[in-house]
Design a protein. Structure first.
Length: 492
């Protein structure tokens, strides 16, 4: 145990954020650089080293949290990094982006603020990079087997790294111009600077993983041909089809999916564009959707100089504390204030968009620009959504982003059809207990098989699918497989 009295003598303290008026002027990460290291050993000492560490159940990766908390408390950073990497390929990603279901399941959290597990994690990995403890781990020998991984998000990268280290020759195919999937173009730089992705890619290259960008399987390469070229294929293409909002006025200019809006802002930061073609500058912005993607749109709009930012959520406002219907150690639905919300804007709950109102089309255009969004208050009664008469109103809306989640993997590019893949009842690619599809040698990991989920589940799926592929290629595998395809988050 790190500090037997740590949870009694040390209060919870989290990472410091930079002042709002400073950070909205740039795209750097919102946290004060180096602010965690002076406090993190004591924070790690709050871990109780529970006989049954429920944080393991909250985390689908099965992270060895009490072990690396103990090493962090003792400032044995090399040992902490080794324990951290034993279950997680990319802790610098999860340490910045994961909503930390491990903390919701922390035993200390029953009656006190939980251990700052996420902050300890990111401190360990940042220290490991700085001290040179993160090095390439190429295989001792090659198996002679080849694997194609379709998609370079967290699931695809995790599967690729595991399979490369197992001795297989792995090529990752990505349809975008850079590796990283949603990590690259969906997550704004103020949440995770892209240097963290770049150095992991260089590590993977040094281990032997090959990367093929601007190559879309189904369009640029026939899926059936790819299957014949490789001994196995892992589909980690994500759930990239955005949920639409089919209401009158949807066709107006200025209404975009979040994943049309966010990548352009990231491309400006990459130096590909001088100004984003879709920008919030000087506009009244409305973000429809109250999740993390919606918050990313909010923070991006602030940095682009929006005149106002309003975020709409169809569900009622969550509570500030757990209620009886969401007992420990389940992941509770709580009112969440992200760094983007700290920066301003209005959040409106329990409302539904009825229609959009726009300007008259200009000469040469078929539709005008959106000017207003009309909404109505709603209530859930007997499992049904009911509009409340007399609550209709309109708000200014010159840029609208739809951040209402994703409905499944892309089928328009022909990948599903060309492979001949079967889908489950929810429209995801069906797979068995080993992550294998109905096509021999073709596996699926991440959101393409699970549906829209969290980064920590994507990495867990990538690791687990890699074990299935390794067994298929060699007859046995010693790779870590933390979850089954049927496993679900600890909720009620």
């Amino acid at each position: 145990m790190a500090d037997p009295k740590g949870f009694l003598t040390t209060d919870r303290e989290v990472a410091q954020t930079r002042p709002v008026d400073e950070r909205v002027k740039d795209w750097n990460e919102v946290y004060v650089p180096g602010s965690l290291l002076p406090i993190i050993s004591k924070q790690a000492g709050r871990c109780m080293d529970c006989g049954i560490p429920f944080c393991h159940n909250g985390c689908p990766l099965g992270n060895l949290i009490p072990e690396w908390n103990d090493y962090a408390y003792r400032e044995d950073w090399s040992a902490a990094s080794e324990r951290l990497h034993a279950t997680n390929n990319f802790p610098e990603f999860t340490g910045r982006l994961c909503p930390a279901p491990c903390e919701s399941a922390c035993v200390l959290g029953i009656n006190q603020p939980a251990v700052t597990i996420k902050n300890v994690e990111v401190s360990i990995i940042d220290k490991a990079w700085d001290s040179g403890d993160v090095t390439p781990q190429p295989p001792e020998r090659l198996s002679g087997k080849t694997v194609a991984v379709i998609g370079s998000g967290p699931a695809g990268l995790a599967a690729a790294q595991q399979l490369t280290r197992a001795g297989h020759t792995v090529a990752v195919y990505e349809r975008a111009d850079r590796i990283g999937g949603l990590l690259r173009y969906g997550i704004p730089a103020f949440k995770m600077e892209k240097s963290h992705i770049n150095r992991r890619i260089e590590q993977m290259r040094a281990e032997g993983t090959k990367f093929r960008t601007e190559t879309e399987i189904g369009r640029d390469i026939d899926a059936a041909k790819l299957r014949r070229r490789y001994d196995a294929v892992v589909i980690a293409a994500g759930a990239t089809v955005s949920r639409d909002l089919p209401v009158p006025g949807r066709e107006l200019n200025g209404i975009h999916f979040a994943m049309e809006y966010l990548p352009l802002a990231n491309k400006v930061q990459e130096g590909d564009l001088t100004v984003a073609p879709i920008t919030a500058e000087g506009k009244h912005v409305v973000v429809i959707g109250g999740g993390d993607t919606g918050a990313d749109c909010v923070g991006t709009a602030h940095r682009q100089g929006a005149a106002s930012v309003t975020q709409l959520e169809i569900m009622p406002r969550p509570g500030d504390e757990r209620n009886a219907g969401q007992p420990w150690p389940t992941f509770p639905m709580l009112y969440k204030v992200t760094s983007a919300h700290e920066e301003g804007g209005e959040r409106i709950y329990a409302v539904s968009t009825t229609h959009f109102e726009g300007s008259e089309p200009e000469e040469g255009e078929t539709v005008g620009n959106v000017k207003y969004l009309h909404l109505v208050e709603v209530e859930f009664k007997d499992g049904k959504l009911e509009q409340q008469p007399g609550t209709e109103r309109r708000i200014p809306a010159e840029l609208v982003t739809l951040a209402m989640g994703f409905t499944g993997t892309d089928q328009a590019n022909g990948l599903v059809q060309q492979f001949g893949l079967e889908l489950d009842a929810r429209g995801n690619i069906a797979r068995d207990a080993d992550y294998a599809t109905n096509v021999p040698g073709v596996y699926v990991a991440g959101d393409a098989g699970r549906g829209q989920s969290l980064i920590v589940w994507a990495i867990a799926e990538g690791r687990s699918a890699a074990r299935g592929v390794d067994r298929f290629l060699t007859g046995a595998s010693e790779l870590h497989a933390p979850i089954k395809p049927t496993d679900r988050a600890l909720t009620v």
